[in-house]
Ligand binder design. Structure first.
Ligand code: 5GP
Ligand code: MN
Length: 351
């Protein structure tokens, strides 16, 4: 299926020093696909290090291989990470497609002497990799990792730990198997992962039902006091200030999923969450149907992502960012009011 599989096979024909990285603030797909791929490569005799460009939510720290992840921190381990990048014969970039998504590591990777391999499912990849597995139709990078391991003839090496990491990536990137990206192939892969004895209920609980009490109260406050519903543009949004994050002792991952509540309102086509991170305002966009938040984010907020799920950033204040967001909505009014909010599922071609 991938023209580059034989190329990959050649690259992996002898034991290699391998560096794997993924995007800033890794989510379950980013970390799950990286860790499953790392375990696979170790089983094949390679030396592998997974480096994340930032920390990640505590609800992901159960994955097999988590204890060996190097979290890049420019003040703590810059020299160590630079050495890893420069010594690597192969560098795998998973679940992102532009080097800006890995912060300072981006320049290190760009200049690295090793062979760069991209494995990703976001739209419009930047051209920095030597070998590329880029499929925007894939539901998750974890789906691609499964496919690549299978194409390399090694499906039987997928153990329970790898299977649960891959399952976590596919489960979260498909919104628990509800987004239109949830193809027949996705379900067939899950069936294969079940053969590796993955514990679905446990993965679900560890990711979705392991919040602190204060995180749940934060959610209650946001939904009651901060959610804005704008019927003129079928848009709902939430803006969270630095003070609110402090008051609710917000930790990495605590704001994840807020945007889905905004999108869950009947009739809403576009949802946005703005988080004041101090250095910048981080934005998440979600949509239903034909409205492309990948384009919206790229056009107005230096971002990108997928058709119905994207992110961006703003260096203006939180208030100014929200004001700018509201000021561009009229350009999209026709689309926003004409989009049916119960999308017709498009059946994917049979694999
Ligand atoms: P989230 O809202 O969950 O952070 O991100 C949604 C999707 O958009 C993810 O696939 C993520 O990789 C992508 N994304 C988030 N932020 C950015 C960004 O600043 N730039 C780009 N290009 N993509 C982003
Ligand atoms: Mn992903």
């Amino acid at each position: 299926m991938f023209p580059s599989v034989s190329e990959l096979q050649n690259l992996l024909a002898q034991p290699r020093q391998i560096f794997i990285t993924t995007h800033h603030k890794p989510d379950a797909d980013a970390l799950g696909s990286s860790l499953a791929w790392a375990t696979y490569l170790k089983k094949k005799g390679h030396s592998v290090t997974v480096v994340t460009p930032s920390d990640y939510p505590a609800f992901l720290n159960w994955m097999q291989g988590n204890d060996e992840v190097v979290i890049y921190d420019p003040r703590q381990n810059d020299r160590q990470v630079r050495d890893l990048v420069n010594r690597a014969e192969l560098l795998f970039c998973l679940d992102f497609n532009c080097l800006g998504r890995i912060n300072e590591l981006g320049e290190y990777v760009r200049q690295a002497p090793g062979t760069k391999v991209l494995i990703d499912h976001h739209q419009r990849p930047e051209n920095f990799a030597d070998v590329s597995f880029s499929d925007p139709k894939a539901a998750a990078t974890a789906e691609l990792i499964f496919e690549i391991i299978r194409a390399l003839g090694d499906q039987d090496l997928i153990d329970q730990g790898m299977g649960e990491a891959l399952y976590a990536g596919i489960m979260t990137d498909t919104g628990s198997f509800r987004h239109p990206s949830t193809s027949r192939n996705v379900h067939l892969i899950i069936a294969e992962l079940l053969s590796a004895n993955i514990d679905l209920a446990s993965v679900h609980r560890r990711i979705y039902d392991s919040h602190s009490e204060i995180r749940l109260r934060f959610l209650g406050y946001i939904l009651k006091d901060k959610l804005v519903v704008n019927r003129e543009f079928n848009t709902a949004y939430i803006a969270v200030t630095k003070e609110e994050l402090r008051e609710y002792e917000s930790k990495t991952g605590d704001t994840e999923g807020l945007v889905n509540y905004a999108l869950s309102i009947e009739g809403i086509v576009l949802a946005a969450v703005f988080i004041d991170r101090g250095s910048a305002v981080k934005i998440s966009f979600r949509s239903v149907g034909d409205f492309s938040v990948a384009d919206f984010s790229r056009n107005h907020f230096e971002g990108g992502g997928h058709h119905n799920a994207s992110g961006g950033v703003s260096n203006e204040s939180l208030d100014k960012t929200v004001a700018r967001f509201l000021s561009v909505l009229p350009q999209y009014q026709a689309q926003l009011v004409s989009t049916p909010t119960t999308p017709v599922a498009v059946a994917p071609p049979v694999a």
